[in-house]
Design a protein around this ligand. Structure first.
Ligand code: CTP
Length: 407
């Protein structure tokens, strides 16, 4: 049975930790809740005790005969702190152990995931940012808070991410093979494009594609669980964006192109993954509002297309002879004329000049919107992995395995 310590600190978002607790319990996880005494001002002890089915303590003196400050940390498969206040981040970063939760943190053997929530000013304060950096350097996974409505009428970065998305991250961290990978991507910064682009034809119509963004999001979630920091450049998607990433939203292929180049220039990432389905062609628009039947006078509309810029090839060209970032391309293929998927993918890898290519067959629309996939991973040396009928998370881990092994 999986054991988790859920630390709750004294912020208004403590009420959302109730939903997180329920979700974790429903996934079959045993949870010991360790609130701070200020957290109990927001949600009382009986709530935590009733929903976890376990006694709740905030200090190291309750049930001292069990030495809870050592036992809880040692036994936990993971420690999750949500919400984490600025004060808690400061105490954790400095190794202060003045209540049960901070003691548990110092005795924790498993991964630690921290979801801060506070006012924007407090989050952006250099002291808080320095504490977050320290905790990340030590291997804690600190999720960036969401941007949105805060306690009052104000809004900005500081919201606790959706509890069910935090629960997804915790499940990702507890996946059976996570103990194999550990935090092997700690200190690595990864920029991932995900989802599909939409190219306007007129003011109401666009040309899109069937990408759901799921593979890109699985790459982000697994990279975070392996300790990386992730920037996601996101086009149109169906699924919610995983918490903990820096998110840049884009619409068109040209917006994606600008966002990718800005992220690479500004953040100097170690790895760039182009998982987005970028439009190869866009309508040449007149820019004159909505095309109406009346304006066509019964004639069929003419849709004239022009090619977009190949962002992946441009990223590779800009890198030139430098060794970073490592660049990964994706290829959605419908092989024909007797050519195999591997042959087409190897040719595309050479054409694009990227370091790795993840290819999947999409004949008949396969893969789009599904949670499982079959992929080939290639590098200049040839085929590196062939994963069939795997979850998109396993496919993502397969790619990280190869990249970390080659470094
Ligand atoms: N890509 C890109 N910019 C584009 C089109 C595609 O960066 N304008 C990237 C995709 O994100 C993906 C890779 O290129 O990582 C391959 O995309 P794909 O559509 O399979 O390849 P294309 O080069 O467009 O070739 P094809 O003619 O086979 O569609």
């Amino acid at each position: 049975m999986t054991e988790i310590v859920l630390g709750v600190t004294g912020g208004i978002a403590a009420y959302k930790a109730v939903t997180l607790l329920r979700e974790l319990r429903e996934s079959g996880v045993d949870v010991t809740v360790v609130p701070t005494s200020s957290a109990l001002n927001f949600v009382g002890e009986p709530t935590w005790a009733a929903l976890s089915g376990r006694p709740v303590a905030t200090d190291v003196w309750t049930a001292a005969q069990d030495v809870p400050h050592v036992r809880l940390g040692q036994q936990a498969d993971a420690v999750v702190i949500a919400p984490a206040t600025a004060d808690f981040l400061a105490r954790a970063a400095h190794g202060i152990a003045n209540d049960l939760l901070t003691n548990v943190l110092l005795t924790a053997h498993g991964p630690v995931i921290i979801a801060p929530a506070m006012h924007t000013e407090m989050w952006q304060h250099p002291a808080t940012q320095a504490n977050v950096r320290t905790l990340r350097e030590r291997g804690a996974i600190v999720l960036d808070p969401d941007d949105g409505r805060l306690t009052g009428a104000d809004s900005g970065p500081g919201r606790l991410p959706d509890p069910s998305l935090i629960a997804d991250m915790v499940r990702e961290l507890l996946r059976s093979d996570r103990s194999r990978t550990g935090l092997d991507l700690a200190g690595t910064h990864i920029v991932i494009s995900a989802g599909g682009t939409q190219e306007p034809w007129d003011d109401v119509r666009f040309l899109g594609n069937r990408s759901s963004g799921r593979q890109g999001f699985a790459l982000a979630r697994t990279a975070l669980a392996r300790g990386a920091s992730v920037t996601l450049v996101v086009g149109n998607t169906e699924d919610p964006v995983p918490p903990g990433c820096t998110v840049i939203e884009i619409g068109t292929a040209e917006e994606l192109r600008v966002a990718m180049h800005d992220a690479i220039a500004g953040q100097d990432p170690d790895v760039v993954v182009m998982a987005a389905a970028v439009a190869d062609f866009r309508p040449v628009t007149s820019g004159e509002g909505k095309i109406t039947k009346e304006s066509l006078d019964g004639a069929a509309p003419q849709l004239i297309l022009e090619q977009t810029t190949d962002v992946l090839a441009e990223i590779v060209a800009k890198r030139g002879s430098a060794t970073r970032p490592v660049v990964v391309g994706f290829a959605a293929e419908t092989p024909h004329d007797g050519e195999t998927l591997a042959e087409r993918a190897q040719a595309k890898l050479a054409r694009k000049g990227c370091d790795y290519l993840v290819a999947n067959e999409v004949s008949g629309g396969a893969v789009f919107g599904e949670s499982s996939t079959s992929i080939l991973i290639l590098s200049a040396e040839g085929e590196r992995a062939h994963l069939t009928g795997v979850s998109k998370a396993d496919a993502a881990d397969g790619l990280w395995d190869i990249i970390t092994a080659d470094r």
